[in-house]
Design a protein around this ligand. Structure first.
Ligand SMILES: *Cc1c(COP(=O)(O)O)cnc(C)c1O
Length: 384
């Protein structure tokens, strides 16, 4: 039986040629031109001044949060409904978290609720967030207007976790802007299951040269130029290797094709699930998502969702529950919470559907048929 995976990387001849060329160049580690080439290509694509390639998206987030000044005892507002790496990066800085639940219209941090909370904190003298780490979850942008107001009214810097949102755009001020370029810094991931892959890797993008310089310095063990092995801080080994960068440059050429395929798959799912109880995640009028993982709510209980997932997986359809929210995770369950009940609701019946760009209509038909069958099987529909 063939298995339709959730999301597989697509790596072809161009990527193989790029890797062979990189090996032949003699630079396989972090020296040589490949890393700079990849950084420049991403910077041009997103229209930013600086890009710093890293060994992972998590490393990029850590450097971005350090770059906007987050330190021990600070409070960082983070989306509650996300992959745990978003929270870990803030915790590495010694920060405490303010977990912010999602709005039903985007599945992202409810930024209007956050604005009201920040305003109330300012009025009462309660601890203010030192930074906001907003995640564009599953490739759908977060609602930006309240975040801009937070920057304007309170001067709190924003770091975008755009790990899932490379190529996604937001309409702000009548202009379509790239996710990752609206905050003080944005972070991308090139893990194997993201929109494009370098095997493993990430990137920090910013228009702020001091954030970029500091990130670059800290990512290379804070080593000062010269031969004397002098270091002026506790740095990290966060630099991307050249082989990964060569793969990334080749993958980036194909990003538009991948994005078009994802949009095609989303449209096909819309048709297939029309007239069913399966509700695809909404797309806001001001958003152009990357459709990284096309996701839906099933209706019904957590147990029913697990049965549907097991049934589909047993039939060769790789669907997956969305992430368990951070406020239900051991390391972060004691964090401050804002509107997190909404995450629990999304988590209860939320699933991601097979979203590999190469999926064809017969594959998508199989997903839809199996999912509807699974719901009948678990009697899920009867509870709605
Ligand atoms: C994948 C991901 C990360 C981490 O990226 P890595 O490259 O795996 O370290 C961070 N945040 C979100 C939302 C992600 O999906």
């Amino acid at each position: 039986m063939s298995f339709l995976p959730l999301n597989e990387p697509i790596i072809g001849d161009e990527e193989k040629q790029a890797l062979i060329a990189a090996i032949d160049s003699g630079y396989v580690s972090t020296a040589g031109p490949a890393v700079t080439e990849f950084e420049d290509a991403v910077a041009v694509r997103l229209g930013v001044d600086h890009a710093v390639a890293t060994s992972s998206g998590t490393a990029a987030l850590h450097l971005a949060l350090l770059g906007v000044g987050v330190g021990p005892g600070d409070l960082v507002a983070v989306s509650d409904l996300t992959f745990i790496a978003s929270a870990n990066a803030a915790h590495y800085c010694g920060a405490d978290l303010l977990l912010v639940g999602p709005s039903a219209s985007t599945w992202n941090m409810d930024t209007e609720l956050l604005y009201e909370d920040v305003k109330a904190r300012a009025a009462s003298g309660k601890q203010m967030p030192a930074a906001i780490e907003v995640v564009h979850i599953l490739g759908h942008p977060a609602y930006w207007e309240p975040l801009r107001q937070i920057v304007n009214d309170f001067g709190i810097p924003i770091v975008e976790d755009a790990a899932e949102a490379l190529g996604a755009r937001i309409l702000v001020d009548g202009r379509w802007q790239e996710c990752g370029t609206l905050g003080e810094a944005g972070c991308l991931s090139f893990n194997g299951n993201k929109l494009i892959t370098t095997g493993g890797g990430g990137m920090l993008v910013t228009n702020n040269s001091s954030i970029a310089d500091r990130a670059r310095h800290l990512s290379t063990q804070a080593r000062l130029p010269g031969a004397a092995y002098r270091h002026d801080a506790t740095g990290y080994n966060y630099r991307m290797p050249a082989l990964s960068a060569a793969l990334g440059t080749a993958q980036l050429q194909r990003l538009d094709g991948f994005l078009q395929d994802k949009a095609r798959i989303r449209t096909a799912y819309e048709d297939l699930f029309d007239d069913t109880q399966i509700a695809l995640a909404p797309v806001a009028a001001w958003a152009e998502p990357s459709h990284w993982l096309i996701s839906a709510r099933l209706g019904g209980t957590e147990e029913e969702r697990d049965e549907v997932v097991d049934f589909c997986n047993s039939k060769g359809v790789g669907i997956r529950p969305i992430w368990r929210p951070l406020h239900l995770q051991d390391p972060y369950c004691h964090s401050e919470q804002l509107g997190c009940r909404s995450s629990t609701e999304h988590y209860r019946d939320g699933v991601s559907l097979p979203s590999t760009p190469s999926l064809g209509l017969s594959d998508l038909n199989k997903v839809a048929k199996t999912l509807v069958q699974a719901q009948q099987h678990t009697n899920n529909g009867a509870n709605l």
